[in-house]
Design a binder for this molecule. Sequence first.
Ligand code: SF4
Length: 369
Amino acid sequence: MSFMSRILELESFDFDGHFQEVTSADVENSLRKDELREQDLFNLLSKTAQDYLEPMARKAQKLTRQHFGNIISLYAPLYISDYCSNACVYCGFNCGVQFPRTKLTIEEIEREAAAIAATGMRHILILTGEAPAQTPISYLEEAVTVMKKYFSSIALEIFPMDEEEYRVLCKAGADSLTVYQETYDREVYKEMHPRGRKADYEYRLLTPERGARAGFRALNIGALFGLGEPRKEACLAALHAHYLEQEFPDVEISLSLPRMTKAKGIIEPKNILSDIDFVQFMLAWRLFMPRLGITISTRESAEFRDRLVHLGATRFSSGSKTGVGEYSLKNHHDATVQFEVTDDRSVDEVADMIRQSGYQPVFKDWELV
Ligand code: SF4
């Protein structure tokens, strides 16, 4: 049984109605438990639970310290190609947006890698659009091989692949896979992904499972908040993470809460996720899954990220550039970006903030041997 069966089971479920029925007593009851079940997740994600953010935060902080210690891991994203054959209506790299597309050569990737590594960063996330003709597996394999010279952990946020293809990239040295479902609502998914390979909801949904079987040691998943109804998305993302944790106990599972931000040629978000909902979702996830990694990107503002350090976050991107070639290549200074970075502090500044908050910034906590 895959997570697709669970999605189909939940398709007729009235999420809204269910959230509305949650009472204060339900929330208090869930907060008292040591081990939470699905119903508790619902309770803690309901509007009613917003009156309990303080006790939720205290418990989340304690659980995070207990399972992760006093650390926040850092990573940097590196966009190596903005070619894309998909038409996701919320993305600046959408094939319908006209701009000169770029793909880095292997030499350019090495220059970018060196520039990022010079900041002290040892965990990298490689990103591409979905254009297998421009960025075939052989190119990605070479990119990973070059990255191994500079980084101890290489994560991929590329287009979904078959298990065998992932095996090739794991063998080259990639250890972690990020793939967002974007929206778990199949109707909204269809609207947002009108054509291209990404129109296949099920193939995307089952990507983390293929990745785990291929040998990735860590998976990062989530929804892009702004597309579907946020409470339902938060619930399904957590159920997906929980399913993966149960099925693949040796794999590190993380969730992210990317919120749609501005980029050239994209739609406005339909369902804005407020800061308070963002915090509540993070806390509910932490209480439901104490060992869950929670990743926070530079889409969020510096002030907001500073507060999230204490609320269950375990991983921050920093010093991020979201256009191809932006770290070191002078001729790419006008790069079109996938989304706008809001926290534009340097790696050193983010690391200082983490230290001042009483946590330790970690640049390296993994090495493939
Ligand atoms: S979200 Fe990814 S697949 Fe969709 S248009 Fe953007 S780069 Fe392409």
